[in-house]
Design a protein around this ligand. Structure first.
Ligand code: UDX
Ligand code: UDX
Length: 462
């Protein structure tokens, strides 16, 4: 079949895979190919068990794969055959040299730009999908200019992805907005229009925002910083609630009803995780510092500091509540993923907590409907101290404490009377997501420690 356009995506991860699946589904006249250096990942995308769990993804991939959606490891061929190339490789926090622990590591991005240059025989629109430091487009352009080939022009666009894991397909099919940045040159504006036309096949035109390329690059970092800032703000308030008999859920409801504030991202909890928030804020902080904006950098850095404080505070509270010792006690974690509806454990607060618990000589049971496999990889080497039991009722057996780490819906629906029966006494619940019926659990006999609310306990702490 002859396709109207050939689209390539380099990087078949949490962003590249779902995004391209939706483009393929919405634009049947386009051929969409996703390539990756990781053979296992590509094998996964071509199999019945996709490499990532995302509600609704299986159905879309099955519908399009082999028709106009293809997964391959042949990057050179993919580059040669396409007119539009999305770059969706990872840009983790740098672990070495200048900016280690803060700056974004853009080596894969540069390598990808070099690959594109080496294998292109015709002009390409190259789209930054990965989250990157502002001014990265210039670095890519400089690579492309380093060995010009006559008749081959590269136009770099920025089109950051705002999907959240767990709701990726919904976010892609019905985005609040699509942002496309370009150089404000005739070739830049033409390329931008090409991408606008692709999205306009399913996104209302008024939700497609165009801007200059630097605004687009920076908007992604700023969007994540604002979202994370809301979580840190409400988490900071939760600490004050615990001292003052105020209830953080009531505060969220009260302030969220103000349309200027809005109700979303006001759930207090054990702190944000995921591959983006911390990485993107630290990247923003590093950028500010590198431009000499120390006060601005410190402001954003405090968002990450409050996140660390919240988790540290949660752990200290657990230790104190459990009579000052966890040695030999079994702690059952309900959830290991960084949020519900994903198997992703990157920067999951559960990982941090598990390390703290093991350092106290506790035994840990991990129970997550999707993330147990990733947890095993993350915690390899701990042996007998950790057990993995997917069924939450079985996982609670002989536990001294339950800790709700992930807001999976199933944890709201379990029969906590049965759970209580299976546990050692005194039985504790630490609800790191504030999703349980605390009063009911207390009445069943649990000692309940929520976030930003008064604890409900049968024990005496003076
Ligand atoms: C990543 C970044 O973390 C995020 O900041 C950015 O917005 C998009 O890319 P994600 O899709 O979640 O997000 O990352 P990951 O699941 O690690 O996928 C990246 C893929 O790129 C991996 O499968 C990796 O094998 C691939 N890759 C990496 C290449 O194909 N070539 C490379 O040179 C490097
Ligand atoms: C985020 C952004 O939402 C998305 O736009 C961007 O493209 C990538 O980064 P993601 O990390 O997948 O998406 O999940 P998100 O829903 O934003 O949650 C991030 C973390 O914040 C999770 O650990 C979540 O549990 C936590 N969170 C979120 C809270 O603790 N409270 C809230 O009210 C909301």
């Amino acid at each position: 079949m002859k396709f109207a356009k050939s689209i390539l995506c380099i990087g078949a991860g949490y962003v590249g895979g779902p995004t391209m699946a939706v483009i393929a589904a919405k634009c049947p006249e386009c051929k969409v190919t996703v390539v990756d250096i990781n053979e296992d990942r590509i094998r996964g995308w071509n199999s019945d068990k996709l490499p990532i769990y995302e509600p609704g993804l299986d159905a879309i991939v099955k519908q399009c794969r082999g028709k106009n959606l293809f997964f391959s490891t042949d990057i050179p061929q993919g580059i040669r055959d396409s007119e539009i190339i999305f770059v969706s490789v990872n840009t983790p926090t740098k672990t070495f040299g200048e900016g280690a622990g803060m700056a974004s590591d853009v080596q894969y991005l540069e390598r990808t730009a070099r690959d594109i240059l080496a294998h292109s025989r015709s002009s390409k629109i190259v789209i930054e999908k990965s989250t990157i430091p502002v001014k990265t487009a210039q670095a890519m352009e400089n690579i492309f200019l380093s060995s010009p080939r006559s008749g081959v022009h590269f136009e770099v666009l920025s089109n950051p992805e705002f999907l959240a894991e767990g709701t990726a397909i919904r976010d892609l099919e019905n985005p609040d907005r699509v942002l496309i940045g370009s150089r404000e040159t005739p070739t830049g504006i033409t390329a931008r229009q090409t991408l606008v036309d692709i999205y306009a096949q399913w996104v209302p035109r008024e939700r497609i925002i165009t801007s200059n390329i630097w605004s687009s690059e920076l908007s992604k970092l700023v969007a994540n910083a604002f979202l994370a800032q809301r979580v840190s703000s409400i988490n900071a308030v939760s600490a004050l609630c615990e001292k003052t008999q105020a209830d953080v859920r009531e505060i969220s409801r009260a302030i969220g009803a103000d349309s200027r504030i809005g109700a979303k991202f006001l759930n207090a909890g054990i702190g944000f995780g995921g591959s983006c928030f911390k990485k993107d804020i630290l990247n923003l902080v590093y950028l500010c510092r590198s431009y000499g904006l120390e006060e601005v950098a410190n402001y954003w850095e405090s968002v990450v500091k409050i996140n660390e404080y919240q988790l540290g505070r949660f752990f200290s509270k657990m230790l104190k509540a459990m009579l000052g010792t966890m040695s030999g006690k079994r702690i059952c974690l309900y959830g290991f993923a960084f949020k519900a509806d994903t198997g992703d454990t990157r920067e999951s607060p559960a990982k941090y907590l598990t390390h703290k618990l093991l350092a106290e000589n506790a035994m840990v049971t991990i129970s997550d409907p999707q993330a147990n496999d990733n947890a095993k990889i993350d915690l390899a080497g701990y042996g007998e101290a950790i057990q993995y039991i997917a069924d939450p009722l079985d996982a609670a057996r002989d536990a001294d404490a339950l800790v709700v780490m992930t807001d999976w819906d199933i944890y709201r629906k379990i029969d906590y009377a049965q759970v209580f029966q299976k546990m050692r006494k005194p039985a504790f619940i630490f609800d790191g997501r504030n999703i349980l019926d605390h009063k009911k659990c207390f009445e069943l006999g649990f000692n309940v420690f929520p976030i930003g609310q008064q604890e409900l306990t049968h024990l005496k702490y003076e």
